[in-house]
Ligand binder design. Structure first.
Ligand code: GDL
Length: 477
């Protein structure tokens, strides 16, 4: 027996990240996946669709409406719910009736395209209001509820079955604890927001490693409804070096009956989302216990055909090793963890005692480097382009470790300093951002502390090995 009501339960995908929105072709591919896998909701909310947030009062142009109309139709054909979001929170004047008219005008345009479900989002906005709004409503929560309730009523008059979603300004446990939006914000939403409106919530954190039943039940009493999970587990817009192709994880199946839906806001690069969404769909429909790793391995098998090459086929076990390197925000996959631990132990240990470990490590590295290199042969070019920079960086680090271990393994070098032939200052781990990162370091207890010794100059001197010292080496630049 399913633990939630499949018809009302919103299961699917939010295009709700920062950065370049997905292409039309990617969205159509997504809709096919969703229809095949039993996901029912596509939530259109790209932060960088200009008309969604920055210029939310402006209507779409002809070409834009045509594209949106195609998406709505494509969803209808596949019996998927299309939800359209506006984010007016950057500069809306809550007390001005003309602002409500602007929102209606925007929704009206979407209604004429066949859109039937709407949303107003107030995430990531300034935590203060105009004095006039403050005077009229007294609180941020009341001002937002006023606008959302009004738009909800207006929409339901035109579309009686409309689903209406609201994202509060504090949308995770940590923000609520910090009293973002003001004292009692969520309690006011619970009291004042019409009960049919869904409230989005990302969990205890913006990127929640775990979302427990207890966490959600506590929230239910405050919100007076089941929250709708906006899940950022696989979002990568906050870190350009990473992507996440691990399984849907850290949420028990019992959570499903405590929420009004589960929507994933995944990687910005669409091709990375196969396994995250495949496993989300499995999770939504699973009976009994949930084994995230098993779901991952099964989904990786299905993903492998996307890695067809112009040469020899790639092996599933190698794809799994790569996937393990880009698994989840708080967790590497098993094989990547093992690789890291081996490397860490070697580097920390005395090379004289490395024995066969060094050779085994170098072999593992060689396999992963070769696989990364072979990705250049992918026929699916958008997938390769999305992978390219990230995997390049991985290869650089593997290459350095390999050279280091090879050097130290050579008899007589155990205590000698290693001077790289590549990985040179300036071009390797260079740049302002990398140098800024070295100033403060996250500690294992969650604090951030100054790095003990930052030996970093703007332009470190290049002193290649085997070069005789020249007079210019003593110049101070
Ligand atoms: C957020 C943003 C979301 C973004 C995500 C990850 C919500 C409600 N809003 O806070 O647009 O993609 O973090 O960076 O999650």
């Amino acid at each position: 027996m399913a633990t939630h009501e499949p018809n009302n339960f919103l299961a699917g995908v939010i295009e709700g990240f920062y950065g370049p929105p997905w292409t039309q072709a990617e969205r159509f591919e997504l809709f096919d996946w969703m229809a095949a896998w039993g996901l029912n909701t596509y939530f259109y909310a790209p932060k960088d669709d200009l008309n969604q947030r920055a210029i939310w009062r402006e209507l779409y142009s002809g070409a834009e409406t045509e594209a949106l109309g195609q998406l709505i139709q494509a969803c209808q054909q596949r019996r998927l719910r299309f939800v359209y979001a506006l984010s007016p929170g950057l500069d809306i004047r809550y007390a001005h009736p003309t602002e409500l008219d602007q929102l209606k005008r925007r929704f009206e345009q979407m209604l004429t395209l066949g859109c039937q479900n709407f949303s107003l989002l107030f995430d990531d906005i300034p935590d203060r209001m105009d004095p006039e709004d403050n005077q009229r409503f007294g609180s941020f929560a009341s001002a937002q509820c006023h606008v959302v309730n009004a738009l909800f009523r207006w929409t339901r008059e035109r579309c009686p079955a409309a689903r209406f979603l609201f994202c509060p300004t504090p949308y995770c446990g940590r923000m609520a604890e910090a009293k973002l939006g003001g004292e009692g914000y969520l309690a006011a939403v619970g009291r004042e927001l019409l009960p049919e409106i869904d409230v989005c919530w990302t969990g205890p954190e913006i990127i929640a490693r775990e979302i427990t039943v207890a966490h959600v039940q506590e929230l239910q009493t405050v919100l007076r409804r089941k929250p709708l999970i906006w899940d950022n587990l696989h979002a990568n817009d906050y870190d350009g070096r990473r992507f996440f192709c691990g399984p849907y994880s850290g949420r028990p199946p019992e959570l499903r009956s405590e929420v009004s839906g589960l929507l994933s806001n995944p990687n910005t690069e669409f091709p990375f989302n196969f396994v995250p969404l495949r496993t989300l769909a499995e999770f939504v429909h699973c009976r009994g216990t949930w084994d995230a790793r098993q779901a991952y391995l099964a989904a990786m098998r299905e993903w492998l055909p996307h890695f067809a090459t112009s040469g020899q086929p790639l092996a599933l076990e190698d794809l799994i090793l790569l996937g393990d390197c880009y698994y989840l925000p708080h967790e590497d996959g098993a094989e990547a963890s093992a690789l890291f631990e081996r490397g860490r132990d070697l580097v920390a240990g005395n090379p004289a005692t490395w024995g066969g470990e060094a050779a085994a490590f170098r072999q593992q590295i060689a396999r992963l480097r070769e696989f990364c290199f072979r990705l250049t042969e992918l026929r699916h070019r958008p997938l390769f382009y999305a992978l390219n920079r990230r995997v390049w960086e991985l290869r650089e680090e593997l290459d350095l470790l390999d050279r280091y271990v090879a050097f130290k393994s050579t008899s007589g070098n155990e205590t000698n300093a290693y001077h790289p032939d590549s990985h040179l200052p300036g071009t390797y781990r260079g740049g302002l951002v990398a140098r800024l990162q070295r100033l403060l370091q996250p500690q294992t207890d969650g604090t951030i502390a100054p790095t003990a010794q930052v030996s970093d100059r703007f332009s470190p001197p290049l002193v290649p090995r085997k070069r005789r010292k020249s007079a210019s080496d003593d110049l101070p630049f």
